[in-house]
Design a protein around this ligand. Sequence first.
Ligand SMILES: [Zn+2]
Length: 338
Amino acid sequence: MVLFDPGSRIPLREFGILIPVAPNRSERVLDELRRSPVLAGRDESQWRLTSDGTELCRADIERVHAPEYVERLFSDGLKQVILEVFELIDDDGRPHRYDPALATHPLSDLFKGSLHWTARTYQAGSEALERGFCYHLGGGAHHAHYRFGHGFCIVNDSVVAIRRLQAESRIRTAWVIDVDAHKGDGTAALTATDASIVTLSVHMASGWPLDLPRYDKDGVEHPSFTPSDIDVPIESGEEGVYLVRLREALDRLWEYPRPDLVYVIGGVDPYEHDGLPSTQGLRLTLEQLLERDRTIFDRLRAAQLPQAWLMAGGYGERAWEPYVPFLEYALARTLDHE
Ligand SMILES: [Zn+2]
């Protein structure tokens, strides 16, 4: 099933934030699926879910993030958090890729959207446990760390969802397979000492967040450098061996105990036509991206592991393109077999 909740959209431009996230990326994917021959003759309710009304509370966030950070999120400190997470003020104190005059909503509403979004990530996990496969057209905030949000990510939705499902005794263990162009640094750091969550990240070897200063003036290492259980850094120019490396990494992951649930952070920002300059270190074709996603899907499905996918990164006008053929592939194989 595909899960899309219009209420959990985060249209950054409506907050005056000028990051090139196409505001209609999820809707465009849905529109393409509505026209897809794979889904012809099916009522939309047979392949698409919307919000089931589940919401998250502060305690859900507190299972993952530091008490001081959670306090900032739920107080007047929120606006400052958002300015930092989206890097909207430069070193000289001036707005950076941010024009408050364009904003039609207060910045604080971004956190509400983020909570709705995180609740849908939880719902996607829940649905995957019931049905085997669910793709949330949102989510994937993998850069949020224990003490701070980072890289457009306020709350680490996949870890929040996993910890809630664990607290409800619906799962004991989970894997997070992250194939976004950027390293799943927040997820790796948050779960580094948690043996119940195994992380695999395939990402650009250089570039953000791995181009940040590794140590601060006190010699403390930035948490973005915390290793995932399995890290697969891909250098620029190594696109030709990307799929080989991915398959080797999945072989290594399969050596871990079988999990109860798998989240896949399916960012398409490695796409050669991605619109974010910082993703240019990895330029996969549409065909390579489809093969990437099919490889993961097929391995999980063959092992009968419940899989919940999240949209994560994907920027610019063409960001919708890689999602569609994979969803056609996955839906064709799951809809009549749930
Ligand atoms: Zn990314």
